[in-house]
Design a protein around this ligand. Structure first.
Ligand SMILES: [Zn+2]
Length: 366
């Protein structure tokens, strides 16, 4: 009996150390800023700008953009190493990366239904079928986050998922876009898709006003000037352009986790550019994005950027103080955001000053 118990204990601790070792190997082999998308430029700066343009107050815009970007920095919500035994679920729930298994199943079912789809020349038709099959899953996650948004009084976390849905088209939950490096993070990758994402973000920001504050159509602020906004979006695209350009078709397929062909091409491009395999491409520059917004919103106060800790369902963790995110220049000369200081628990014994525990936007801006 005792021996049995000892054996059980040994095998348990062996298993634990094995898991730890695998985890460590994973950390070392995967660059830590490799599967985010979009990046800080979109999730914070562009979102802040758009919220201001839609008619939110600068403070509300800051809260929305902060909630949005917090998804990428939170302990439980970041796409790379969320504190959970199911990181794939977090990627699916908050970063619009559908389950790899589900995508494979969709592909298999489509081929079983129509064997013609197995032929290489019907690849596009097959991917369309996969897309139709996945859409309800993504829609379901999106609806859940809309409810969280209305409960929290802030659409930021919802917008994170919603924007990632554009950037993550073609990628699935297991690896995210690790093997494509930072490429999908760039708004310059597919300018048409970027403009569509911007337009839809504006509509969602207006929808939120309508639903959260029960505003009628006539009570909403006037529609923003889309032409003026697109001039600013073009600046984001031009000034934060990726070094490598892939054709938009690259992002249309859902087979990034399956086909090696794309990676071979990317590897070759990296080789030509002298980029080693583990070094990621440069991410979009956060300071450049800030300058664009600063110039476009002259006179509007420069926002602080808050990193809130969120629960894995996207709701706010009310136990942890939000921290400020600050710009630093990394080894590639690119400005990126990092959280300042340690995580602090809120409460009587804690000396931390919580800026605002709630994400709630407060009163209607109109
Ligand atoms: Zn994301």
């Amino acid at each position: 009996m005792l021996k049995n118990l000892q054996l059980k204990f040994i095998s348990k601790s062996l298993l634990k150390s094995l898991i730890l070792m695998i985890g460590l190997f994973y950390i070392l082999s995967v660059n830590s800023r490799n599967i985010y998308a979009y990046d800080d430029d979109t999730h914070f700066w562009l979102s802040y700008y758009l919220a201001c343009k839609v008619g939110y107050t600068p403070k509300q815009a800051m809260l929305i953009a902060s909630a949005n970007i917090s998804v990428d920095y939170g302990l439980e919500t970041n796409p790379l190493f969320p504190h959970t035994i199911h990181p794939s679920d977090v990627r699916a729930r908050l970063h619009a990366l559908p389950s790899t298994k589900a995508v494979k199943k969709c592909r298999k079912e489509a081929k079983d239904r129509n064997p013609e789809l197995k032929l290489q020349q019907n690849k596009r038709a097959l991917e369309e079928q996969v897309d139709i099959c996945i859409k309800p899953m993504l829609d379901e996650e999106q609806s859940k986050l809309w409810i969280v948004a209305l409960n929290e009084g802030n659409p930021g976390v919802f917008l994170h998922f919603f924007q990632d849905r554009f950037a993550h088209r073609g990628f699935t939950s297991r690896l995210g876009h690790y093997r494509a490096g930072h490429l999908p993070d760039f708004l310059s990758n597919d300018p048409d898709k970027t403009r569509k994402m911007v337009l839809e973000t504006i509509y969602k920001l207006r929808d939120f006003m309508r639903e959260h504050w029960h505003l009628s159509e006539s009570a909403l602020p006037p529609e923003p000037n889309i032409q003026e906004i697109m001039v600013v979006v073009d600046k984001f695209i031009e000034r934060n352009s990726s070094i490598i350009k892939l054709s938009p078709e690259y992002y249309e397929d859902w087979d990034w986790d399956v086909s090696d062909l794309k990676y071979k091409e990317i590897k070759e491009l990296r080789r030509q550019l002298g980029d080693s395999l583990l070094r990621p491409w440069k991410a979009p520059d956060s300071f450049v994005a800030f300058r664009i917004v600063f110039e476009a919103l002259l006179g509007v106060p420069i926002p602080k950027i808050w990193a809130y800790d969120l629960n894995s369902d996207g709701s706010l963790n009310r136990q942890i103080c939000p921290r400020e995110l600050t710009n630093i220049t990394n080894e590639h000369g690119i400005s990126v955001l990092v959280p300042e200081g340690k995580r602090k628990r809120c409460g009587k014994t804690s000396t931390c000053e919580c800026f605002s525990i709630s994400l709630d936007l407060g009163k209607s801006p109109v």
